[in-house]
Design a binder for this molecule. Structure first.
Ligand code: MG
Length: 457
């Protein structure tokens, strides 16, 4: 071993006494605790139903299923927006997109806007704690000077600055789409219009190389895949394999590459020191038919505030620390990851900076009786307008005023607003009050003139 592992005898003793006390998990003092490595695999537009361990009848995802077997599957995991840029802003800041000014749809290649450099990202939190940090994949939080991953706490970046449909590759030669897709290393364009069939593997290759180079200290790898956002591509090795069609090939390639990542952690002896989280930025893009995914039993998909737009497949695995083969049925949101990971890393958050996420370590440890600290979850539409609220099992969509009981009616088929007018009024008032508080304290997005590259073709 090239680095100290957590004091295993202390962990065993603590674990034993915790078990004797009827508790679940060991706790160790900060001195004994090596901050865990963190790997977040964040796919793009994958649906709630798009894993075999989520019930898909034909998709074959053995590596992700194994991750769930060696970890915790979260069945009520929400992202903070039903589309890319706002969802990513929320994941990396622990805030509703509106709080950080990133709630208005996505960043386009010609846009001058992005996540403000003054925001504190998860990468910055962990880097300050001594982590090596890297982002491999799709950024989509601004691409002008000062807005790229290496400006937001990541030591290294290899990937694309925005979505893979903001590109020439899948268009006819006579198309009039004005922009092209660069592949960046840091802030340098290393290729234009990279072969999208190879992106899943190349991002993973970069992540593996980074882990190999930095596993003697804590590391944070953020791996936001471009796939399965349309246009979808699989490499020759995977194309034509899945009965689910090309979309299935793409998911199976992602799955195999998660397997390569896990094998790397095993090979380097750091698996038990690594919290690995898998989820997606928003629901499936249903308008693309067979090239879009499936939200399983949920209604709607990307761009909508039905559950299918914002509830995602999610797995957290950290052998020896989190239970294995467990299921967390409480509400957890992508905004919870920053404060939760910060707590595990022993990183202090600025108490003056309001965030919306909560420390959900107790939920991920599946402690008996642990309840979601999210007492109410706000839904925002694609253009950033307040759209609804969930409190407990009840979900109110503000326009036109539909009420669903998500435990009794997971598919949002039976609007019961007419039977509960007082509850509707109460939830509406709460949603407006919470949104007004966020709006009043919202911090602006950044606008930057200087280009890093010229995205025009
Ligand atoms: Mg997306």
């Amino acid at each position: 071993m090239r680095h100290p592992r957590p004091n295993s005898s202390a962990r065993l003793l603590a674990g034993l006494s915790a078990v004797l006390a009827g508790m679940v998990l060991p706790t160790a003092s900060a001195q004994e605790w090596r901050p865990p490595n963190v790997v977040i695999v964040f796919t793009d537009d994958q649906g709630y139903g798009d894993l075999s361990c989520q019930g898909h009848p034909t998709l074959h995802t053995p590596h992700l299923d194994a991750l769930a077997t060696r970890g915790v599957k979260l069945t009520q995991f929400y992202v903070a927006a039903p589309l890319c840029s706002p969802s990513r802003a929320a994941l990396l800041t622990g805030c509703y997109p509106k709080r950080v000014g990133m709630h208005r749809h996505v960043v386009f290649p010609g846009d001058d806007r992005g996540l403000a450099p003054s925001e504190v990202t998860l990468a910055e939190v962990l880097r300050a704690r001594g982590y090596a940090t890297a982002c491999f994949g799709k950024w989509h939080l601004g691409h002008r000077r000062g807005l790229l991953p290496t400006d937001q706490g990541f030591d290294e970046f290899f990937g694309v600055p925005y979505s893979n449909d903001m590109a020439q590759q899948h268009r006819r030669p006579d198309n009039d789409y004005p922009f092209r897709l660069p592949l960046l290393h840091g802030t340098e364009v290393v290729e234009w219009e990279p072969d999208q069939r190879l992106l899943t593997r190349r991002y993973t290759d970069a992540a593996i190389a980074f882990i190999e180079a930095h596993h003697d200290r804590p590391f944070f790898v953020y791996l936001p895949h471009s796939m399965p956002h349309i246009p979808i591509y699989a490499s020759d090795e995977f194309a034509g394999r899945s009965p689910r069609g090309l979309y299935g090939d793409v998911i199976e390639e992602i799955d195999a590459n998660v397997g390569r990542l896990v094998a790397t952690l095993d090979r380097l002896g750091v698996r038990d020191d690594t919290l690995l989280i898998f989820t997606s930025d928003n629901g499936p893009w249903l308008q693309f038919g067979e090239n879009g995914g499936s939200a399983g039993p949920l209604r709607g998909g990307k761009g909508t505030n039905w559950e299918g737009g914002q509830r995602e497949p999610a797995i957290a695995s950290w052998p020896g620390t989190l239970p294995e083969g467990a299921v967390c049925r409480e509400v957890v949101t992508s905004m919870d990851l920053l404060p939760t990971i910060a707590a595990w890393a022993g990183a202090a958050l600025d108490p003056e900076r309001t965030i919306d996420g909560h420390d959900v370590r107790a939920l991920l440890r599946c402690e008996p009786g642990a309840q979601s600290p999210t007492d109410a979850f706000l839904y925002y539409a694609s253009r950033g307008e307040l759209a609804g609220i969930r409190r407990g099992a009840w979900k109110l969509l503000l326009e036109p005023g539909e009420l669903y009981h998500l435990e009794h009616d997971i598919g949002e088929q039976r609007d019961v607003a007419a039977r509960h007018p007082e509850l509707c009024a109460e939830l509406r008032a709460l949603a407006l009050e919470r949104d007004a508080a966020i709006t009043a304290a919202a911090r602006p997005e950044a606008h930057v003139e200087e280009l890093v590259f010229d995205p025009r073709k």
